[in-house]
Design a protein around this ligand. Structure first.
Ligand SMILES: NC(=O)c1ccc[n+]([C@@H]2O[C@H](COP(=O)([O-])OP(=O)(O)OC[C@H]3O[C@@H](n4cnc5c(N)ncnc54)[C@H](OP(=O)(O)O)[C@@H]3O)[C@@H](O)[C@H]2O)c1
Length: 349
């Protein structure tokens, strides 16, 4: 396969840096352009970016001059890590110009003709790209990654919904500070504290999983019918979102059935070929005090979700804890995984 040239828009931010890190040694993609705000544009990346990751900034990007994002980069694929209000019109312009966009921003996630994609959950939803092209007329297209908390919840619910049909979900999140971007939440607000509000987050967590687990019929997604009640909290953890979940299922299942559904949730042969696919999308921990963000977020290179503390729920049917890495599985890693699927299916060349 020929190397595919890619750009990262929002490259200096929390998610953008993860893209830079993950793409430095990617076997299919080569970063040729980086974009950010007017504050960064025109400067070498090494100077414009306050690098926050524990691995060194890759040498290949240090001298790239950061581009303004109203420029259309000369490559077939753009990863977008822009703030949502900025991303909406920029991504539409790029798609019209013939570029494929894999975005982390929420601007287009719930558009009827935009796939909200997690390869293990709904790889077939990429067929919406044809609908999008017919409606919008461009040669390019937009494919969105879900909200980070919604991603790990949807992965955990997928095998349960497939076999037992999810009816009701109650979820309480403990979300890492890296989820707020950089500089994000002030240290004086979050150290020794919990913030019981993440603006806009509960709406996303209460609506995106139904699209993710929906059925594609006649060029439309029929959303899954379950209801979700979400309560989202910011906690003083660097990376990794933890969610306490209770579910009610339509069909009878025992505790062993639920655990077996997760353990049997294997990567399909189509996805096994993708460089970012985790061998096991869901790890089930049988230790009574896991998952924990510090100890479990980097399992399978941060691309799996870990469930644990599975037990009966006296109000709904079962309760459990699910953990995922918000900037890997829940953002840059997930978007790169999406792009790999788009290449494998022939949408990006
Ligand atoms: N953090 C997470 O865990 C996470 C997870 C899932 C999805 N997301 C989504 O991913 C996107 C990026 O999040 P983040 O956490 O990386 O945010 P961030 O750290 O604040 O980074 C934002 C990036 O966008 C650029 N930018 C800001 N305003 C701009 C403008 N007006 N024009 C052009 N570029 C602009 C910034 O460039 P400068 O450095 O030049 O300002 C920076 O590169 C957001 O849509 C967010 O909701 C984040």
């Amino acid at each position: 396969m020929n190397e595919i040239h890619v750009a990262i828009w929002g490259a200096t931010g929390m998610v953008g840096q993860r893209f830079v890190q993950l793409l430095a040694h990617h076997p299919w993609f080569r970063v040729v352009a980086l974009g950010a705000s007017d504050v960064s544009a025109g400067r070498p990346y090494a100077e414009a970016c306050h690098w926050l990751l524990p691995t060194p900034m890759p040498a290949a990007v240090r001298d790239l001059i950061v581009q303004p994002i109203d420029k259309v980069p000369d490559c077939p694929l753009v990863f977008s890590a822009l703030p949502s209000d900025v991303a909406g019109p920029v991504e539409e312009t790029l798609a019209q110009a013939g570029t494929a966009i894999c975005t982390n921003a929420s601007a287009h996630r719930l558009d009827d003709d935009v796939p909200l994609l997690i390869p293990e959950v709904n790889a077939e939803h990429t067929a919406l790209i044809d609908v999008q092209r017919q409606r919008r007329g461009g040669k390019g297209f937009i494919v969105a990654s879900a909200n980070c908390s919604a991603t790990q919840l949807a992965v955990a619910l997928k095998p349960l919904h497939e076999t037992y049909e999810v009816r009701k979900v109650s979820v309480v999140t403990m979300q890492a500070v890296s989820g707020a971007g950089y500089p994000g939440v002030s240290a004086l607000d979050i150290l020794d504290n919990v913030l019981p509000l993440i603006p806009g987050e509960e709406d996303k967590l209460e609506t995106e999983p139904q699209k993710l687990l929906g059925q594609l019929r006649n060029g439309e997604i029929e959303n899954a019918l379950f209801v979700i009640s979400a309560q989202c909290n910011r906690v003083p953890v660097r990376d990794g979102h933890t969610e306490c979940v209770s579910v009610q299922l339509e069909r009878h299942a025992t505790l062993d059935d639920v655990i077996a559904a997760w353990q049997g949730f294997a990567t399909s042969p189509e996805l096994a070929e993708l460089p970012s696919s985790p061998p096991r999308p869901i790890l089930v921990s049988d230790r009574d005090n896991r998952p924990q963000p510090l100890r479990d977020r980097d399992m399978e290179r941060g691309m799996c979700v870990t469930v644990g503390r599975v037990r009966p729920c006296p109000i709904l049917d079962f309760k459990f804890v699910v953990l995922g890495h918000n900037t890997l599985r829940g953002a840059a890693g997930g978007s790169i995984h999406n792009a790999e699927l788009l290449v494998a299916q022939g949408w990006v060349r």
